[in-house]
Design a protein around this ligand. Structure first.
Ligand code: GLN
Length: 478
């Protein structure tokens, strides 16, 4: 079977009788097993996916198939799927099975997508390298000694290594965009509230958003179109109408683009990443867009602000995992207090414990104003400045990450170094605006480099169309 880069190609081959959903699923499952050392999937839903493939083939033959017929998808282990295990790559949810299906996943199924399995990630989506999973590291398919990024590392590698056509992940501070950048695929975080989060395990609720990892922008647009929109089960989901993003990908508009100068002068930025992104900037200028340098004075504050607020929210959200009603419970328990303490000490990994403690500290009575309240105020400044820039410019461009995929183990002893891997992705998360990472080049080691674009809230149509256009140009040139 050939390698597919978009659902459109698959549908063409299905229509010509060259491939069936059944064959697609068989092939992807074969790939997952053959490349098991990548550790991208925690579980394959083999029988179920094959049965679903047969059903969709039937519907295709009858002309009753949904928009996503032929789309084989993997889901990050933070999304509920009724009757299936759900663990957030953590011991603490050992044995837990979802009682219901996430709204976003339900909408995919309604359009005849096939869910092939559950993907490895950093525990509770906390991490930037997938080294925090209770189920082991995920390897970058381009170089097995390197990380895939995180926290949606399994989801990114699955698309990179052709283990499925698309993955559904979550992005709180870059978890879809940064691994996409490390793995040479498209990673897209829509506007905060665009997709219902009913059935997504909460990490930091004022940031969390479901995001997509695909090979083409077109597939990202199609998936967004299916998943986005109001949901009676999630009052935080936006009521705004959902455009037909995938039909609005043509653009020949000349845009006003700002490139954030401070990012390009930032200390940890690798020269090859910088040069590649500046190269795209020049290409855009040559193509007739107006490109200007802009100042973003808060770059030094975004990582601390993000980590104060997200750990605070995480310490509250993760309070429910206590060993009482579901999941793991320590077997050396003597009384109620020891049940909580031992279960949480044994069930949560080191990074999750670090964040719960940090978050509890910043919310404690004596330090609340000094940290939490202050960080809220800084977030407001960051959001206002970002919105102001996005009033003046259609898009802001910057690298997705300061480096290409780093070596496994390189940052594990230094949490601060790991947190700095998020320096370019957390701005969009703090501001709630949509952002995408698209692959625009490779360094001398053959490792992928991602360009990030941000735009105004709910302007996904233009963001996707423009990203599609850039990706087309780069592919043609390459
Ligand atoms: N790397 C960031 C963190 O560890 C982002 C995680 C995410 O977006 N879920 O918090």
């Amino acid at each position: 079977m050939r390698q597919y880069n978009s659902l459109r190609d698959i549908r063409t081959d299905i229509a010509n009788g060259q491939v069936s959903c059944r064959q697609l699923v068989e092939q992807y499952i074969h790939n997952i097993k053959e490349k098991a050392e990548l550790n991208a999937f925690l579980e394959i839903f083999e029988e179920e996916a094959l049965a679903q493939a047969n059903a969709v083939d039937q519907k295709l033959a009858n002309g009753t198939a949904g928009k996503l017929a032929g789309m084989v998808i993997g889901i990050k282990d933070v999304l509920a799927y009724k009757g299936h295990s759900l663990q957030a790559s953590s011991q603490i949810l050992d044995g837990y099975k979802s009682l219901y299906t996430a709204s976003a996943v339900q909408r995919l199924l309604q359009e005849d997508a096939i869910i092939v399995g559950r993907q490895n990630c950093d525990e509770f989506a906390m991490g930037a390298s997938n080294e925090n999973s209770a189920f082991g590291n995920v390897l970058n398919a381009d170089d097995h000694s390197r990380v895939p990024g995180g926290s949606s590392g399994g989801s990114a590698v699955a698309v990179q290594a052709d283990l499925c056509l698309a993955s559904i992940g979550s992005d709180t501070g870059g978890s879809v965009r940064q691994p996409a950048s490390f793995c040479g695929v498209v990673g897209f975080k829509p506007t905060y509230s665009r997709i219902s989060r009913y059935g997504l395990i909460a990490y930091a609720s004022s940031f969390d958003q479901i995001g997509l990892i695909t090979k083409s922008v077109e597939d990202a647009a199609l998936l967004l179109e299916v998943m986005a929109g109001a949901d009676g089960m999630d009052s935080t989901a936006s009521q705004r109408e959902v455009p037909a993003y995938s039909e609005l990908l043509q653009t020949n508009k000349k845009y006003k683009i700002g490139y954030i100068r401070d990012c390009f002068e930032s200390e940890g930025l690798e020269t090859e990443v910088k040069d590649a992104i500046l190269g795209v900037k020049d290409m855009l200028r040559d193509a007739g867009h107006e490109v200007e340098a802009v100042e973003f004075p808060y770059l030094d504050y975004i990582v601390p602000t993000y980590y104060i607020l997200t750990t605070a929210e995480a310490s509250s959200n993760l309070g429910r995992f206590d060993g009482v009603k579901y999941g793991f419970r320590s077997d050396s328990v003597t009384d109620l207090t020891s049940l909580y303490k031992k279960t949480r000490a044994e069930g949560f990994g080191k990074e999750v414990q670090r964040r719960i403690m940090l978050g509890t500290f910043v919310l404690s009575a004596d330090y609340y104003d000094a940290y939490y309240t202050k960080a809220q105020k800084v977030r407001r400044l960051i959001k206002e400045k970002t919105d102001e820039l996005l009033e003046a410019y259609d898009f802001l461009i910057l690298p997705t990450a300061p480096t290409t995929a780093f070596k496994i183990g390189e940052n594990t002893t230094n949490p601060l170094a790991m947190y700095l891997a998020d320096i370019f992705t957390v701005q969009a998360s703090l501001a709630g605006v949509p952002a995408i990472s698209i692959p625009v080049g490779r360094d001398a080691n053959g490792l992928s480099i991602g360009l990030q674009l941000m735009t105004r809230s709910f302007e996904e149509t233009a963001l996707l169309a423009f990203s599609n256009d850039i990706l087309d140009k780069i592919t043609v040139e390459a």
